[in-house]
Design a protein around this ligand. Structure first.
Ligand code: GP9
Ligand code: MN
Length: 399
């Protein structure tokens, strides 16, 4: 009911979700190019396999970008679609299933619609079939103007692997469409090659296989390295066409690639046993935001995927107080970092709460529950109101 919506909106208005950073508006009028780095985890950044960098291009891009090394994925069963949903809507994913599949008939106030008011055009690019994760229907609900899916690409045996068209061909073939888009635009690219079980054709293998004892992990570094190369070429094209200077470019991982079944491989690669809080820390994904004219800077406080939408909107100079969202501007220094996971775990600047135990964030040692319990109420309310709005289709009452 409208009353339920008002309660949720009042909760969000009282929370500190609308604080802004000194960067508010620095990218006003710029295009947005958001690239979803399939299954890319933060721990591969700035690391090597047999002396060779896994992400040489990203490592160099980080030098001249805003880089966040403490961003956790918050996805659940909806995988990529959950990540996308957070980027566009800054709500939590559902406890089971995907919003894309379960709630496409809902009213939303998502990125495409929000940015329409500032004259933006919107498009999503993805090499898989348009019906996967019910994207066609969901994108209509979010207000996307265009969706370039498998049918928009020349897909052959040769340029495909695993789920479909390889990242290099996908990005290359996307360029003409991107150049044609009416500016300013909000665009989203969903990569595909770095997906379980991490398969590559011989010619795309750029670094040697690791020796972790688990093939999946060994291959993972190689597919991440391939993705890095595809991104390097894409950025070359963005520079050539001038879009690089006219756009903020957001690169973000959607979720883990290596599930807990294969943690032994990661432990072997890192040459250490993983403690419980370290396992949670493996849920970090890279977040890189390149803003033309801004110097590189690395931010170490914790955040989540839910925070990306307000961060982008504030860079563009769009006020987020007018509509409900659960994230915070990651560039706001006076924010109170708090990351809630769908299963009830959470991370703050001081603590990690996981597997029903409380840990000190800095030492990773277990600490008394009283350090964690003060956060329970906010965690519960965040998840409760996000679910209530989605399950009750309450955004139809927003004005
Ligand atoms: C497929 C892409 C990847 O279209 O979304 O699938 P996921 O990571 O969600 O399994
Ligand atoms: Mn994915």
């Amino acid at each position: 009911t409208k009353q339920d919506y008002k309660k949720a909106a009042a909760y969000l208005a009282a929370a500190d979700t609308d604080i802004t950073s000194e960067y508010f508006g620095v990218a006003k009028g710029k295009n947005v190019i958001l690239v979803n780095l399939e299954s890319t985890q933060q721990f591969v950044i700035d690391r090597k396999v047999k002396g060779e960098e896994i992400t040489p291009f990203l490592n160099s891009l980080i030098e001249e970008s805003f880089y966040f090394d403490q961003i956790y994925h918050q996805t659940a069963q909806g995988k990529t679609s959950d990540a996308e949903f957070m980027f566009d809507q800054s709500f939590y994913p559902l406890p089971s299933g995907s919003v894309y599949v379960r709630r496409p008939e809902n009213e939303f106030i998502a990125m495409p619609e929000i940015l329409t008011k500032s004259g933006y055009h919107s498009a999503s690019f993805h090499g898989n079939v348009g019906s996967f994760w019910n994207r066609e229907e969901a994108y209509d609900a979010f207000g996307y103007d265009e969706f370039f899916s498998k049918d928009s690409y020349q897909v052959s045996e040769e340029n495909s692997v695993n789920y479909g068209i390889k990242d290099e061909a996908f990005l290359e073939q996307s360029m003409p469409y991107l150049e044609e888009l009416k500016q300013p635009f909000y665009s989203k690219f969903l990569l595909l090659t770095n997906h379980f079980p991490f398969l590559l054709d011989e010619e795309d293998i750029l670094i040697e296989e690791a020796d972790t004892g688990l093939d999946v992990v060994d291959r993972y570094f190689q597919t991440v390295r391939y993705e890095d190369e595809a991104l390097k070429e894409f950025f070359g094209e963005l520079k050539r066409t001038g879009l690089y200077e006219d756009s903020i470019i957001v690169l973000v991982g959607d979720h883990y690639g290596i599930s807990e079944n294969y943690y032994d491989g990661i432990a072997s690669y890192l040459n250490e046993n993983l403690s419980t809080p370290e396992e949670l820390d493996l849920q970090r994904v890279p977040l890189i935001i390149h803003v033309p004219g801004q110097e590189g800077k690395t931010f170490h406080s914790p955040g989540g995927q839910i925070d990306i939408q307000p961060t982008i909107l504030h860079l563009l100079g769009v006020d987020t107080a007018a509509f409900p969202n659960f994230g915070q501007d990651l560039l706001a220094v006076d924010r109170d970092p708090f990351v809630v996971f769908r299963d009830g775990d959470f991370v703050s600047e001081e603590v990690i709460y996981t597997k029903q135990l409380c840990y000190d964030k800095t030492s990773a040692e277990q600490t008394k529950m009283e350090k964690c319990s003060p956060y329970f109420e906010k965690r519960n309310k965040d998840l409760y109101y996000s679910d209530a709005i989605l399950n009750g289709n309450l955004l139809r009452f927003a004005d």
